[in-house]
Design a protein around this ligand. Structure first.
Ligand code: ADE
Length: 216
């Protein structure tokens, strides 16, 4: 099976992440570019990019929602901490997608008889040590006016092990390989916060996620 799974296992939160599907929500990147993991030997500095979700339809939790719930149920995050965090999020007044925009920049360059322009995309990065970071990236809304924030977690490849317990460093990925990752409390809060600053809608949604967890 090469699907993404999250569970409580051996006394910690375990995320099971596929790394061989370049179009999936988890994929390996090197210097910002996707890596063909079945063909390229992995090395320290490569990161797993996870476009993490939090909620499905009908108030059903997913991914970050599941992780946060497991952290709460197993005493990694207390109810008091979640309530304080919820109060903090409610006070946010400015949001990334409203305050920032993508800028077009004109250059002197020509390509054939076309002027070359480039675009400057604002990105928020929260660095968490050991090579981890959480990113909020602005992009144009699809089929609508305005901007949309996209949230990603970056996990150093040396921080995960394969399902069979081996390291990924110095080898290519196996067929449909799944890696196991244990998210820390720090990265859980940083990711919740990334959503909360990304847009008003994401902030409202994260408030909903925390309320669902606190009042099941
Ligand atoms: N909605 C659900 N998951 C998202 C993500 N990772 N970024 C932006 N919006 C989302």
């Amino acid at each position: 099976m090469s699907t993404l799974n999250i569970s409580w296992n051996a006394n910690s939160i375990k995320c099971y992440l596929p790394i061989t599907l370049p179009t999936s929500k988890t994929r390996v990147k090197r210097n910002g570019n996707p890596v063909a993991t079945r063909k390229t030997s992995l090395r320290k500095g490569d990161t797993i990019e996870w476009q993490i979700s939090y909620l499905k339809e009908h108030k059903e939790l997913s991914e970050l929602g599941d992780i946060t719930k497991l952290a709460y149920e197993n005493g990694i995050i207390s109810g008091y901490q979640l309530k304080c965090f919820l109060n903090e999020l409610r006070d946010y007044k400015e949001f990334f997608d409203e305050k920032y925009g993508i800028k077009k920049i004109l250059t002197d360059e020509l390509f054939y008889d076309f002027k070359v322009l480039s675009e400057k995309t604002p990105i928020l990065n929260k660095y968490l040590g050991d090579g981890y970071y959480v990113s909020v990236v602005l992009r144009y809304k699809q089929r609508a006016v305005g901007y949309q924030s996209m949230i990603y977690i970056y996990i150093p490849i040396e921080e995960v092990i394969s399902e069979d317990g081996t390291s990924l460093i110095g080898r290519t990925a196996r067929v449909k390989e799944i890696v196991v990752w244990n998210p820390s409390k720090e990265i859980i809060f940083a990711t919740l916060k990334a959503f909360a600053v990304a847009s008003k809608k994401h902030n409202d949604d994260i408030q909903k996620v925390i309320s669902i967890i606190l009042n099941p």
